[in-house]
Ligand binder design. Structure first.
Ligand code: ADP
Ligand code: MG
Ligand code: ZN
Length: 480
């Protein structure tokens, strides 16, 4: 059987987090009542004139510079003509032959290997509105909400450098992480603020020319993109192996069955009759603007991850998880500043904290009830044996709903460990007295039973016995 090589290029649209739209002053805030955030410009009224949002340009430049691309000192907005039911102008303002960003790459780590996918371009454009179709509602008409019309987007177009569905996943994950770090997009694929179209073709291994590609749309998670691409690769291989030909077309992915369905035959770019928008002048970007954006870039994800390993001596895996988002990385570093013990901070965050964040709908650590200061104090109490491990977990639970400092929670609930040896001795004597069998077996060499004894002491004290001290006392008494 022939071996096939997949070829994949991704086009990603990222909604920019500006307060207002790209060519008018309307608010971009999510969830406003339908069609209320509109004006003659974004409604496409004749005679209205667009004015470019400077912040949108600034955000696009951040991404271009962060990916090592070149910011064009002159770029041009063009009209892409098409019948869009949710874009009343009948054209979308985009960039065509002179985009603001050229080249660059997205770097990520896949199976322990650093990998780069080259970018073709990054350009600015406006979003369309939303059509709301009647499916299931009982209505026999569609509605349109134009609030999203004119929301600024950047489109990030990769070269066809990607060779597997897994690599596409890693690329997208890194891209999402980057826009979040840069503060230019919330990266939410479920809500559509990050959208990905996947171009997929296959060719016999060793062949230089690309095969005919299809474009898959409608994925709403990074995993969905990976699944859609994997499906499409298999579909194309099956067609080619049975002697068929690939139709150049656009397919819609359906996440409930994991399959892709044909939507339309694909337009060629000349069908859009692009031409420079006569209402907008050439966008000129002065070198000192570029330099200013560059100087203000935050530390980027891969750099931060490497620094975590180097500076805090935490394992590569911890560093990867903790640098997933900028807010999580900030949370970790703030906790380390309090505890002075990076590994302890990492352990607590990677287990207890992340388990809780997953339960929260927003997935956002900035809103987490336990701030780094409070977590840090709790960790410090365990490190200095002011509380035992099991009690620390209990205090952590309490802190989720109780805003008091961990010290106060421990005091108020009487959770301090039993440091009074004679009190602990009384408890231990009782356990020994009540477990003659275990004592006999322990004395006969069954030393593993120490776990049973210490566990019983923990139970009897509701976790307040210091396990080290309890072990010591048991050893002494059982040696008698
Ligand atoms: P189109 O004009 O059809 O939109 P482009 O040349 O603009 O095509 O490329 C769109 C995307 O498709 C880019 O991400 C590019 O890397 C990718 N691409 C181009 N040719 C192929 C191919 N044969 N197989 C897979 N991806 C491709
Ligand atoms: Mg395209
Ligand atoms: Zn408007």
């Amino acid at each position: 059987m022939r071996e096939w090589e997949p070829v994949i290029g991704l086009e990603v649209h990222a909604q920019l987090l500006t307060d207002s739209k790209i060519f008018c002053g309307c608010s971009t805030r999510f969830g406003q009542s339908p069609n209320s955030s509109t004006c003659p410009v974004c409604l496409g009224m004749p005679g209205s004139l667009p004015v470019l949002n400077q912040r949108a340009v600034d955000f696009a430049m951040r991404m271009i510079i962060a990916t090592g691309g070149e910011v064009a000192t002159e770029s041009v907005f063009a009209r892409k003509n098409y019948f869009y039911p949710d874009l009343p102008k009948g054209y979308q303002i985009s960039q065509y032959d002179r985009p603001i960003g050229v080249g660059g790459s997205i770097t990520f780590i896949l199976d322990g290997q650093q990998n780069s996918v080259q970018l073709n371009r990054i350009h600015l454009e406006e979003d369309a509105g939303k059509s709301l179709h009647p499916e299931g509602s009982g209505d026999d008409y569609s509605r349109v909400d134009l609030n999203r019309c004119g929301t600024p987007l950047i489109e990030i177009v990769s070269e066809p450098d990607i060779r597997s569905a897994e690599e596409a996943f890693a690329y997208l994950h890194a891209l999402k992480q980057l826009v979040e770090y840069l503060g230019i997009c919330d990266g939410n694929m479920e809500q559509g603020s990050l959208r990905c179209d996947a171009n997929v073709s296959v060719r016999p291994k060793g062949q230089k020319e690309f095969g005919t590609k299809t474009e898959v749309k409608n994925m709403n998670s990074i995993r969905g993109v990976q699944r859609a691409i994997a499906f499409e690769i298999d579909r194309q291989i099956a067609i080619l192996e049975s002697g068929g030909e690939i139709q150049q077309q656009t397919l819609l992915y359906n996440d409930s069955d994991g399959k892709c369905y044909p939507m339309r035959s694909k337009e060629e770019s000349h069908d859009y009759r692009y031409f420079p928008d006569p209402d907008l002048v050439t966008l000129e970007v002065a070198p000192d603007w570029i330099a200013g954006v560059k100087a203000a870039l935050p530390e980027l994800p891969l750099k931060r991850r490497a620094r975590f390993v180097e500076q805090y001596h935490i394992p590569e895996y911890d560093a990867e998880v903790l640098s997933t988002s900028r807010t999580l990385a900030d949370y970790f570093e703030a906790t380390v500043r309090v505890t002075n013990n990076p590994k302890a901070a990492s352990n607590w965050i990677m287990t207890e904290v992340l388990a809780r964040i997953k339960d929260q709908p927003s997935d956002n650590i900035s809103a987490f009830a336990i701030t780094p200061d409070r977590l840090g104090s709790l960790i410090k109490m365990t490190l200095s044996n002011q509380i035992t491990g099991p009690i620390a977990k209990e205090v952590f639970e309490a802190m989720l709903t109780d805003p008091a400092a961990p010290e106060d929670i421990v005091a108020a609930r009487g959770l301090a460990p039993i440091t009074d040896t004679s009190e602990l001795e009384r408890i231990i004597d009782k356990i020994i007295e009540e477990s003659p069998d275990e004592v006999k077996r322990f004395k006969g060499g069954h030393k593993k039973l120490m776990g049973f004894f210490v566990g019983s002491a923990m139970k009897a004290t509701e976790g307040k016995a210091d396990p080290k001290l309890a072990t010591e006392l048991f050893n002494r008494k059982l040696a008698e």
